[in-house]
Design a protein around this ligand. Structure first.
Ligand SMILES: [Zn+2]
Length: 366
């Protein structure tokens, strides 16, 4: 399968446009026209992971952390990063990274943690984006109204909340006169035609708009399809970083921390707050999320689960009266390998998916 097709499938679920502007995601090394047979999935491409990729003869490494983040001035074997790039290109191995877009996307890292902890009533902690919405209006002869409506519905137009195939339809008279060089479906050159038509109205989000228009035109019998696209002020699907939800059972912080440790399979974690404090509302931000303490506090979370908590942030949380569980950066993100691999296995044909065996957590607790 071509790398560009794999990327398209991956970005259907984890779109690039969800990432923060400062991030560096997508195809970082490689040729998008190359055929891919084996993919290695890892949290990041350390030198050991690059060696694993060479040893296992893979064509593509997919990582969560961007393989290149800061500007590079040279690529030589004298530096660890330069050496990795050198090895990857020499062995024709591509690298693709999906970072903050993977944190923000539905069914990404934060949703997975919520599901592992069986949290309920999940909401976004910090909204970052909403889909831009468009209204589509198309004029269709009566003979083809069902066919065009069906094409619109199948291509994803007409979704409002939990309802699909939403349209509004009004009958009216369409007029047109075919000119030279036309091949009209109805009528003849030089004669004004009056046709019973239906004005079908529906909506769709920006990311599917061009596909919806192309499917609508395919289903329409006319040589020239009359349609209008209006940009709307309605907000579509909302996206954001972090999640907040309710614990199924009330637990104390001490018991809940043990529960997190077990469910996320983490060897050790740190807590901030009294172990006896009752926990019901739980905020989650995978990776480094301690800057979101105030978001969690303003949404009345009893605890924020994240990684990389610093001393002064812990002090601040104590003062606000919100508990913290520092599950570690690695501890809260290592599940990337499994989430991304499961999605690729379910959606790619004839491509082998390998989960990296390299334990990359740089911290050791003694
Ligand atoms: Zn991270």
């Amino acid at each position: 399968m071509l790398l560009k097709d794999i990327i398209k499938i991956f970005e259907n679920k984890y779109p690039k446009n969800l990432a923060y502007d400062w991030d560096n995601i997508g195809l970082i090394i490689g040729d998008s026209q190359r055929d891919i047979r084996k993919i290695l999935v890892a949290l990041e491409a350390t030198e050991e992971v690059v060696d694993e990729a060479i040893e296992k003869d893979v064509d593509l490494v997919i990582t969560h952390h961007p393989f290149l983040f800061k500007g590079l001035k040279r690529v030589t074997k004298d530096t660890p990063k330069g050496n990795c790039i050198y090895k990857l290109i020499k062995n024709d191995i591509a690298v693709y990274s999906s970072h903050t877009n993977f944190d923000i996307a539905y069914d990404g890292l934060n949703d997975e943690i919520c599901s592992m902890l069986e949290l309920e009533n999940i909401k976004i902690l910090d909204k970052t984006k909403a889909d831009k919405m468009y209204k589509i209006v198309v004029y269709v002869p009566l003979s083809h109204e069902d066919k065009v409506r069906e094409a619109l519905g199948l291509s994803g137009a007409g979704h409002i909340g939990n309802y699909s195939n939403c349209t509004f339809n009004t009958k009216g008279i369409g007029t047109f006169m075919p000119l030279e060089n036309t091949n009209p479906y109805i009528g003849s050159k030089g004669n004004l035609e009056k046709v019973q038509e239906v004005r079908i109205e529906t909506i769709c989000s920006e990311n599917i708009l061009s596909n919806v228009i192309s499917k609508m035109i395919d289903a329409h019998p006319y040589e020239e399809v009359a349609y209008d696209i209006y940009e709307l002020r309605n907000e579509g699907m909302k996206y954001g970083l972090g999640r907040i939800g309710d614990s199924k059972e009330n637990m104390t912080l001490g018991v809940f921390a043990q529960y997190v440790k077990e469910k996320l399979d983490i060897s050790d974690l740190r807590i901030v707050g009294s172990p006896n404090k009752e926990i019901k509302k739980v905020a989650v931000v995978s990776g480094s999320g301690s800057s979101m303490i105030h978001n969690a506090y303003s949404m009345k979370a009893d605890v924020l689960i994240t990684g990389d908590v610093k001393y002064h942030e812990a002090q601040e949380a104590l003062e606000l009266g919100i508990c913290l569980i520092d599950a570690g950066h690695f501890g809260s993100e290592k599940i990337f390998v499994d989430i991304a691999s499961r999605y690729l296995e379910a959606n790619l044909k004839n491509v082998e998916i390998i989960r990296s065996d390299i334990y990359i957590n740089p911290f050791v607790t003694i």
